[in-house]
Ligand binder design. Structure first.
Ligand code: TYM
Length: 337
């Protein structure tokens, strides 16, 4: 039998988990569980590249685990763990730092964006963040990394680092690292802000009307969609290259991602309707998508022992897999073992 391929992905517990995180990443992880070895982590080490309140970070990390499970990630099928509980991530990141150039890191658009946003705290972690992400992926020899569009540049640099290391150290044998590939969802790879639809929906947006949190009340979700910024043309049409249609393009994308229907079909169906009717239906579709997630999330809330147990076992198992790659790397670079 052919060996199953490996999937690795994760979300930072750095804010309210948004509809963008769900449609761009988590929703896409669920089906993969059937045919792949799936590893999904809570990326808390990445989160501290911007200042976090410690109590909140701790809470958000376990809330994120609840969200994974509530969305349909099955702890019996997938390996779930907290990044900081597996020291190999920091260890491999250090080694890979020595194989990554300042020039390539300074070209990362997320680094430039975050520098603009956190001008008072441009720390070295923010700069080397993609190296830690490369370590996350390469430790597990992941074949596929299901993410949203904004993370594709980080997957590219991961591939560059892996290739560089492999070229130097693999010799005649098997490559040290598997070359990972990014994997985007069919719809929802880039969900836009509801307040400024030419900008990405972000969990750290200061304006709560810009994003939908998976944990927002249903009437709040509906109201946010109903007050989403659109345009004054009054025509429901999908024109992805026309920024004046960014709001409508985004709502059509969201509708397509939650219903699984094609964007063009949805646009056709609404072509004679007004924005008000369309928004009402989008709001209803999103609420119906989130409703069962919320029910399961609430059920998990009294279950801290169960969650801690998943983290403990997950970290042990992840540590074993990651340890094998780390030993290989340590040997290759010449550390005494
Ligand atoms: P993060 O926490 O910013 O986002 C988690 C996932 O959600 C996707 N995403 C979106 N997708 C569509 N539309 C949006 N508006 C949107 N916003 C976010 C992201 O693309 C991502 O897939 N660096 C990563 C976390 C990470 C990671 C990794 C991911 C750390 N190590 C290793 C994969 C593999 C991040 O900050 O994602």
């Amino acid at each position: 039998m052919e060996e199953k391929k490996t999937i690795f992905s994760g979300v930072q517990p750095s804010g309210n988990i948004t509809l963008g995180n769900y449609l761009g990443a988590i929703k896409n992880w669920i089906d993969l569980q059937e045919n792949y070895n799936c590893i999904y982590a809570m990326m808390d080490m990445h989160a501290i590249t911007v200042r976090q309140n410690p109590q909140e970070l701790r809470k958000r990390t376990l809330d994120l685990l609840k969200i994974y499970i509530a969305c349909g990630i099955d702890p019996e099928k997938s390996l779930l763990f907290i990044q900081s509980q597996v020291p190999a991530h920091a260890q491999l990141a250090w080694v890979l730092n020595c194989f990554t150039y300042m020039g390539e890191l300074s070209r990362m658009t997320q680094f430039k964006d975050k520098c603009a946003k956190h001008a008072d705290n441009i720390n070295a972690g923010l700069f080397t963040y993609p190296v830690l992400m490369a370590a996350d992926i390469l430790l597990y020899q992941a074949d596929l990394v299901p993410v949203g569009k904004d993370q594709m540049q980080h997957i590219e640099i991961t591939r560059d680092i892996a290739q560089r290391f492999n070229a130097l150290y693999s010799g005649e044998g098997k490559p040290v690292f598997t070359m990972p590939e990014g994997f985007l969802p069919k719809a929802g790879a880039k969900v836009m802000s509801l307040a400024e639809p030419t900008k990405k929906m972000s969990k750290s947006d200061e304006n709560p009307k810009a994003y939908i949190s998976i944990l927002d009340d249903f009437n709040v979700i509906a109201n946010k969609i109903k007050s989403a910024i659109t345009d004054s043309e009054g025509v429901i049409e999908y024109r992805p290259d026309d920024d004046t249609k960014a709001g409508i393009n985004n709502l059509l994308t969201i509708m397509s991602a939650v219903t699984g229907r094609e964007i063009e079909k949805i646009a056709e169906e609404y072509s004679t309707k007004g924005y008000g009717d369309f928004k009402k239906d989008v709001a209803e579709a999103v609420v119906e998508e989130i409703r069962p997630i919320r029910t399961r999330y609430d059920e998990l809330s009294g279950n801290k022992d169960y969650l801690m147990d998943i983290c403990k076992k997950g970290a042990e198992e992840a540590g074993k897999i990651a340890g094998r790659t780390l030993s290989k790397v340590y040997k290759k670079v010449g550390f005494v073992m």
